[in-house]
Write a protein that binds this ligand. Structure first.
Ligand code: A2P
Length: 318
């Protein structure tokens, strides 16, 4: 089996393809449909989206086109979507709406997008899409409208039923810290361990402690923004550029290869088909020396988190 098509077995027995296509910020409709379709043609079997990305319809259309053309069967694809904060009290309704937009009967993985519920007092419920927003507090429009009377534990307990109903083959979380996971595990009605915790991981934020904790608990980490997100300084980092040039690949593929080698799921995104292809096909096994150099980047350049929305008073990351 080649480097880009490895699977990891989740704690519920389901298998997840280690390299998946991230789709955040891919919003232009036709381009998104084509990216997803082309990615599947290239060989990707794992597509990651979220309700709040606003592109589930396009992601679903790309998947449908690939299935209709016989390129892939539904059961050979792994599709993830995520529950947005405004629907944490309504997870069953939310997943059904996501499935409708995706034109699917089930998702392979359903994640709590952030461990914070958002209030819906300013949302007109007549159109489900109205929930896909970031409501601001009417009393202080500069802060998000946080629902402090509903916790991620409440949400997760309800999501356990979605797995039992078959709407999601696996359930998990995203942007959860070690403390949040420990809090979840404590509840007497907590029965199903999250299969995955999707978090920001890249050479400047290697998340060693979180990955080790999750591994011990049987939870697979998934790396979002593995290239350091939009306008990433990682892609122009001199140390990575010199490794990439020597190996005749892009810095992006050095980062993805490093992630594969570290043993978790990695979800690079691109809106350009040529890059989507290279990010899948040009993965390599890094030498011990190059692997160690990438491991040392955080020490050399300092730790950097690129995705850190303000959910105060909730503290997302310790
Ligand atoms: P683009 O869509 O223009 O290709 P991530 O969030 O996964 O860390 O991605 C960060 C950015 O890296 C994306 O916005 C993407 O921009 C860019 N990118 C993805 N693949 C490559 C690549 N092979 N070379 C250069 N930039 C890339």
């Amino acid at each position: 089996m080649s480097f880009n098509s490895q699977y990891i077995t989740l704690n519920d027995g389901n298998k997840i393809p280690q390299v998946g296509l991230g789709t955040w910020q891919n919003k232009n409709s036709e381009a998104t449909i084509d990216c997803v379709y082309q990615a599947i043609k290239i060989g990707y079997r794992h597509i990651d989206t979220a309700a709040i990305y606003g592109n589930e319809e396009e992601v679903g259309a790309g998947i449908k086109k690939a299935i209709d053309e016989g390129i892939v069967k539904r059961e050979d694809l792994f599709v993830t979507t995520k529950l947005w904060g405004t629907q944490q009290r309504l997870s069953q309704q939310a997943i059904k709406q996501s499935l409708e937009r995706l034109q699917l009967d089930y998702v392979d993985l359903y994640l709590i997008h952030w461990p914070v519920a958002l209030k819906t007092r300013s949302i007109d419920p007549s159109d489900p899409k109205n929930y896909l927003c970031i409501p601001m507090n009417p009393e202080n429009k500069s802060v998000r409208d946080i629902d402090v009377n509903w916790t991620f534990v409440d949400t997760y307990l309800a999501m356990q039923h979605l797995k039992k109903e078959g709407l999601a083959k696996s359930i998990g979380v995203s942007n959860f810290s070690i403390n949040n996971l420990k809090e979840l595990f404590k509840h007497p009605l907590f029965k199903i361990k999250p299969a995955c915790n999707q978090v920001e991981i890249h050479p400047l934020l290697p998340q060693d402690e979180l990955i080790a904790f999750c591994k011990e608990e049987g939870i697979v980490c998934e790396a979002y923004s593995p290239l350091g997100s939009t306008s990433s300084p990682i892609l122009t980092n001199e140390t990575l550029v010199s490794i990439a040039e020597r190996l005749n690949i892009d810095v992006a593929q050095v980062c993805i290869s490093w992630a594969v080698q570290r043993g978790y799921v990695v979800l690079p995104k691109s809106s350009q088909v040529a890059r989507i292809e290279k990010n899948y096909k040009n993965l390599v096994k890094l030498s011990d020396e190059d692997f160690a150099t990438v491991n040392g980047l955080k020490e050399k350049y300092g730790e950097k988190r690129f995705v850190s929305p303000d959910f105060s008073p909730f503290k997302t990351f310790e």
